[in-house]
Design a protein around this ligand. Sequence first.
Ligand code: NDP
Ligand code: 2IT
Length: 444
Amino acid sequence: MSYVDEVIDLVVEKNPAQPEFHQAVKEVLESLRVVVEQNEEAYRKDALLERLVNPERQLMFRVPWVDDKGQVHVNTGFRVQFNSAIGPYKGGLRLHPSVNLGIIKFLGFEQIFKNSLTGLPIGGGKGGSDFDPKGKSDREIMAFCQSFMTELSKYIGADTDVPAGDIGTGAREIGYMFGQYKRIRGVYEGVLTGKGLSYGGSLARTEATGYGLLYLTNEMLKCNGIDIAGKTVAISGSGNVAIYACQKAQQLGAKVVTVSDSTGWVYDKEGIDVALLKEVKEVKRARLTEYAANRPSAEYHDGKGVWTVKVDIALPCATQNELDLDDAKALVANGVIAVAEGANMPTTLEATKYLQENKVLFAPGKAANAGGVATSALEMSQNSERLSWTFEEVDSKLQSIMVNIFHNLDDAAKKYGAEGDYVVGANIAGFLKVVDAMTAQGIV
Ligand code: NDP
Ligand code: 2IT
């Protein structure tokens, strides 16, 4: 049996009931086959792949907090410090009831390669909790964040592990967590990114994932002779990534006609009104029905459905496995040209394969959504030098990082005989740097 297959089997056997982690490992290792075959003896001897799929450290802890009625609740907190070969662990904190160890491990594993692709010195990690922020008061959110950070603060630091936002964790949560870290540890340091601008945050970090997604998508289209201006776009989700993807797509002359949330979706034939969407989601924290109620050109539908709309470009920006084989078939039948992942692993393995077989340009999340973590690393740089850069400075660095990422994966795909397969290109390009650093640092 090949080394790749052996390690995939091992991961499935040793990590039962973690399907998302299996899926992420399979996707990466399958596309590394060429590289692994060329170095099989050395990698086997060093147990390189076994070390790659085993987190350096996995933390799980109790998070008790008190609600507004005096009732105590207990959630589970997680931080998986996956790989520190190229820098301190870096990756977001997800707050969502679906969070479990397998989900955090899949996200942490993806983060290793994503962070490597940015070209910046950041290792891979991820954390979060099964806490559900929906419907909670500000005081309840603060109580949870303080309790969560009370434990997490023992394991993180500006040069050790630097968490950030993800689903359910935005500026408000980062603020409460930063305050508690400072209070407990007594140090004012860049231990979190995505901070508010008044206490060490970076301009353009809020916009970075969505903007970066469009910078990379635009470069991919350009290199394939396609102009993004005038194209129609379907976006799923209506959170941080979706909102700023929408904004940048419109600035580039495309028309975004859908957004969604966990209860339904909106089709807006005039193009999404980003100011209204921001008001509904960022200020009121309301459902999309509120958007439709205030926008005559919009139709609201319950349930799933954004991928049934005829568009040129699809940008899944909500969550994992939200675009399955049936969705891929519907998109292809409607003539989609490109799919770029704003979310982490939003496309199932079968759907990815179907899109690629049907010549749809496909940009995987670990490349396409790397603008968020890249700008987090720029926030770390600014914190270290105790200076703040202008919006334009950060945005132009972000733009060149995303353009570089695209060319790195395009080149890697060509070099390894998989021209146009950006999944293979991203995994190989991300992996090579990590392996080089792991090998240089010995058996640790
Ligand atoms: P937000 O919490 O801001 O928004 C998430 C959006 O996705 C919401 O509209 C939410 O709807 C929807 N959503 C979440 N879970 C589900 C679900 N199970 N089914 C349907 N819809 C769902 O998160 P972000 O925008 O920050 O993150 C979105 C994706 O992008 C995630 O995969 C995240 O890992 C990834 N990502 C985020 C980065 C960042 O910088 N924030 C960086 C790189 C990747 P509702 O409000 O109804 O729950
Ligand atoms: O998935 C991701 O890359 C993020 N949620 C952002 C991580 C970060 O450290 O900014």
